[in-house]
Ligand binder design. Sequence first.
Ligand code: BG6
Length: 490
Amino acid sequence: MVKQFPKDFLWGGATAANQYEGAWNEDGRGPATSDTSRAVDPSERRSMGSEFSTPMTLEKVVAALEDTEGLYPKRWGSDFYHRYKEDVALMAEMGFKTFRMSISWSRIFPKGDELEPNEAGLAFYDKVFDELNKYGIEPLVTLSHYEFPLHLVTAYGGWKNRKVIDFFVRYAETVLNRYKGKVKYWLTFNEINILGMTGYLSGGLLFEDGKLHLQEMYQAVHHQFIASSLATKLAHEIDPNNKVGMMLARMEAYPATCHPDDIMEAIHKDHANLFYSDVQVRGYYPSYMKRFFKENEIELVFEPGDEAILRQYPVDFMSFSYYMSSVTRSPKNQTEEQKATAGNLILGEANPYLEASDWGWQIDPVGLRVTLNKLYDRYQIPLMVVENGLGALDTLENDGAIHDSYRIDYLEKHVQQMYEAIEDGVDLMGYTPWGCIDLVSASTSEMSKRYGFVYVDADDQGHGSFDRYRKDSFFWYKELITSNGASILK
Ligand code: BG6
């Protein structure tokens, strides 16, 4: 019997406007938080970059916007804005069934609080969706992916302000109506849990004292939950064919030992991560968060009706990113050295059984099967892996080839584990590896951290032709899709 993936499995690739589109100040687009992201020096790669570790202040925002000398690579991305036809043709050549992309909110509502949208912005996405439709590629659209109109930061204080829910709902309603019949699959907030760890990129939160404030971060998260539920409600009303998903940065954390305190620590880590999907899939706050809020002196403001909104409009499916696993150890069992590095956002301590990428991300294909099983056991709704992949340094050879066997190896092992998870009984809708065409890194704003099947000829300074080249992985993925997985499931 030939081993294959389910018949309608959605093979594709994933991108986001803030890192891919470029054209940050064209056709009426307003500035967004991502436009203030400065590229980090390669020596800081393993720190997860400043985007995810340093609280943002108003002074820094203003300085970045006025800065014409510094490196802000998300402003030019991979120039998808002008090259979408060429890129969609490359996706079609690989046989994509779906393409994950995001809409830039500030292209539609440049300041975020206008009553009328920017027609030029709406028209751009019409052209992209029509191009995808030409090849039978189903768009999967994220409404908010690591960017947020800057005016909503300076005038309203970001997502901690409840008024932002109304602005988001207006934006969602506008695009849901405009693209009715063209887009069926929607995600509301990319990696919604990262807001509870950082604040600025997706939440527009500023912390003038340089410290993260959990009260404001969790209030902002609550507002995003409500906004997501209201967008889900609208999506279903506007077109009953619409399917709306939540999106989690899944952080699979293994206990470092079988010491009961380490096991308990892993449960705490899971709670911190799965809180977001618990609310968005089940429709209510999990009981374990009450203790967390109490111990951290967090008092969330719920308006009357909020609980009902969450309960009535949960998501249709759950999507998540998976790049690596981590190792967790109870503070009681940590050495002084481990305590000193424990502040790292995601990386945690080294797993002796795994290798890591050049950026220190620990490569763990079996962890994907572990996580798929855990999530499906917990929620029993369709799942989708909407990000996965290896950020690596690639070399463009003189003949235009890119030999990325390391990427093929990474992806192949993860796809094999997805197959095993499906055999375990997991309802998996599809797979969209991250950065299918090279784009700027979210955490470090480097171009040289490449994920794609297609190489984009641009360097960290934005120099280059921006021409596209097929990597070896391009041909590998094409064969995989054509055979519906059979080429690697021997
Ligand atoms: C996810 C984000 O966190 O990981 C993407 O949704 C991001 O926007 C991706 O690009 C990979 O991270 P990085 O920092 O390597 O670009």
